[in-house]
Ligand binder design. Structure first.
Ligand SMILES: [Fe+2]
Ligand SMILES: [Fe+2]
Length: 269
């Protein structure tokens, strides 16, 4: 199972799990999804929400959290081993160069900030990688879907119907997604950013929905209206992965001002 798309100008294949851009990545990514798909159960997601969504882990400035991200290499990413902050800067700078609205540039700059979960001791399989609904049948469009056979939920018949615990068109806001940086940052940013930004953050790794078109039976009118924003976000996340790091020192004042416009000076993580 691969998700491959070719950038029209660069002719570079990203998200090709059989031929990753990182020479060392194929085995790492496969092993990552084996454990991710085995461990992300409905009960696990509920326990992590109970643990983290009261935001009592730490109080940090947004910059302190970004600095931490620079110590992390994402095992689920077949394409890049750049420091996380460089990826965020590249994503945001590509948006800025295209004249995207400032809240979207900010969203690009912070979209992976939820990976601070690693700072709180979470393993990568509970932080990164493609996301998917739990509590209902798995789409076969999910990368490495064969590994769901070893997920305990696959033996619970009530969780393996098309709707599972949900009702038709209940809206994604009522769906439990696999736990990770997307879900965590979405809840953290809810008071601060507009709805399209929140969709970009929560669903940027939900490829089975925004790229493959699955899970429409769970979606409502709001989800349909917001999906184009998630799709607009995606190429910046994928194709701004450039091995030449942008210059943080020059750009820092701009992003400090942008964060000050939308975010509190200290964030309760
Ligand atoms: Fe991400
Ligand atoms: Fe990203």
């Amino acid at each position: 199972m691969t998700n491959t798309k070719t950038h029209p100008s660069a002719q570079t294949n990203y998200r090709d799990y059989a031929a990753p851009q990182r020479a060392d990545a194929a085995d790492t990514v496969r092993a990552f999804y084996q454990i991710n798909h085995t461990m992300q159960t409905l009960d696990f997601v509920r326990s992590k929400k109970a643990q983290y969504l009261s935001f009592k882990q730490a109080v940090m400035t947004p910059w302190a959290a970004l600095d931490f991200l620079n110590t992390l290499v994402d095992d689920s990413d077949p394409d890049i081993a750049l420091p996380q902050l460089d990826h965020l800067l590249q994503t945001a700078e590509a948006m800025r160069a295209n004249g995207e609205p400032d809240w979207m540039v900010l969203t690009g700059f912070i979209h992976d900030l939820g990976k601070v979960l690693c700072l709180f001791g979470e393993p990568q399989w509970a932080v990164v990688g493609d996301t998917f609904p739990v509590g209902c049948a798995y789409s076969n469009k999910i990368v490495y879907a064969e590994f769901f056979a070893s997920n305990p939920d696959s033996k619970r018949a009530e969780l393996q119907t098309q709707l599972g615990i949900y009702s038709a068109h209940c809206g994604l806001e009522n769906v439990h997604m696999s736990w990770g940086h997307d879900e965590y940052l979405y809840h953290l940013m809810r008071p601060h950013l507009p709805l399209p930004a929140l969709y970009m953050i929560r669903f940027h790794s939900f490829y089975a929905w925004h790229r493959e078109g699955d899970y429409q039976h769970l979606c409502n009118a709001q989800d349909d209206a917001m999906k184009p924003w998630v799709q607009r976000f995606n190429p910046y996340d994928l194709y701004s992965k450039n091995p030449n790091p942008p210059k943080l020192a020059e750009l820092k004042p701009f992003y400090e001002d942008l964060m000050a416009k939308y975010l509190p000076s200290e964030v309760q993580f």
